[in-house]
Design a protein around this ligand. Structure first.
Ligand code: F7E
Length: 328
């Protein structure tokens, strides 16, 4: 049966993936986009004219999203909107909290007061675990180490509170790093694959990075999406860790990507203090026993497949860029 779904953050990597997936399944998708002077809809260009996609201007920092919830009373509310860059949150903590925490409470209030049947999925994050020893699962204590993580912890706790206090179906996906060819270029993986591809064709000379020692679990966005959809459709609302149960250091990731392009990373990577964070999170790696055993989640992509897909995508982009340059 066709459902109505509000997706915030629909122009992002996973929000756009959700829109595509839900439209394919025959659902009606209401995507929230922020007004900007530059184009920000490239990730949904392919479904832009789909008859079941409606885009609405809105922002988590005001009443626009809650108003839409009141008007539409959707079956599902998927919150992918966030000020999601951990490093930037140190420079702009107040805005970060407004979007990531207060913004979520605004929406939960609208659901509690006007649309109690709506099922809520909050995209939470492994950043909550901070420097707690890996692997982390749903029982691991939270130790946030950035304004981003603090704001996301407030949102997670609010979702749990609304679930318990008002009997709303509200669930958190505790999402480990989510990657793919549509990942934003300021996040580590995409910054590296874009740079390495350009370097291999002589379009770029160096790559400046910060801390190479931290370890992350990088998961394909389609596997994250599968997991989050299972969480949203479970019999009972609950919180689940989602991610590949393996981790690699930043240096390992860099080495793998450069070697796929027959490059020695040490010749091109420069350590730049600008990219270090005031407090770092050293090692994030999930234990996903709960979602595997309760909801049957299983990732379809290995880490190597994810890297291969990103490298191939960015090499194709770099080749196109070079052809344009050569024909100038
Ligand atoms: O950094 C190190 C950096 O920015 C990964 C967000 O989606 O996942 C993401 O947060 C690691 C960190 O992701 C650079 O210090 C070194 O240790 O790709 P990232 P993140 O901070 O893990 C979580 C789950 C979220 O929820 C967030 O929204 O790489 N690193 N050099 C660098 N990172 C960046 N961005 N740029 C560098 O030059």
């Amino acid at each position: 049966m066709s459902k109505s779904v509000i997706i915030t953050g629909v122009t992002g990597q996973i929000g756009s993936g959700f829109a595509r997936f839900l439209l394919n399944e025959g659902h009606e998708v209401h995507g929230i986009i922020r007004r900007t002077s530059s184009f920000n809809t490239s990730r949904i260009d392919d479904v832009f004219s789909h008859p079941k996609l409606k885009l609405h201007y809105g922002d988590m920092t005001d009443g626009s999203v809650s108003n839409l919830i009141c008007d539409l009373k959707p079956d599902y509310f998927i919150n992918q909107a966030a000020m999601s860059h951990v490093a930037v949150s140190f420079d702009n903590p107040e805005y970060c909290f407004d979007v990531n925490a207060t913004g979520v409470i605004r929406c939960l209030e609208a659901i509690r007061r006007h649309s109690k049947h709506t099922r809520v999925l909050q995209a939470s994050t492994s950043e909550l675990y901070g420097d707690h020893v890996a692997p982390q699962n749903e029982l691991t204590p939270f130790k946030p180490r950035s304004p981003y993580a603090v704001s996301k912890l407030a949102a997670l706790a609010s979702v749990v509170n609304y679930r318990e206090a008002y009997n709303i179906f509200a669930a958190n996906s505790i999402t480990f790093n989510t990657e793919g060819p549509a990942r934003g270029a300021t996040f580590l993986t995409r910054k590296v694959t874009l740079a390495a591809a350009r370097i291999s064709l002589g379009l770029q000379k160096e790559l400046r990075l910060g801390n190479l020692c931290s370890k992350r679990s990088w998961t394909h966005y389609e596997d994250q999406l599968d997991g989050q959809w299972l969480v949203l459709n479970a019999d009972e609302p609950d919180d689940y860790c989602i991610g590949l149960e393996e981790s690699h250091s930043i240096q390992e990731f860099v080495e793998i990507v450069f070697s796929k392009l027959n490059l020695d990373w040490k010749e091109f990577v420069i350590c730049d203090p600008r990219y270090f964070r005031p407090t770092e999170v050293d090692h994030l790696e999930p234990d996903c026993t709960k979602i595997r055993s309760k909801l049957g989640w299983k990732p379809k992509h290995t880490f190597q497949q994810l890297v291969d897909e990103m490298v191939k995508h960015d090499l194709d982009l770099a080749r196109k860029e070079k052809i344009l340059l050569d024909n100038k």
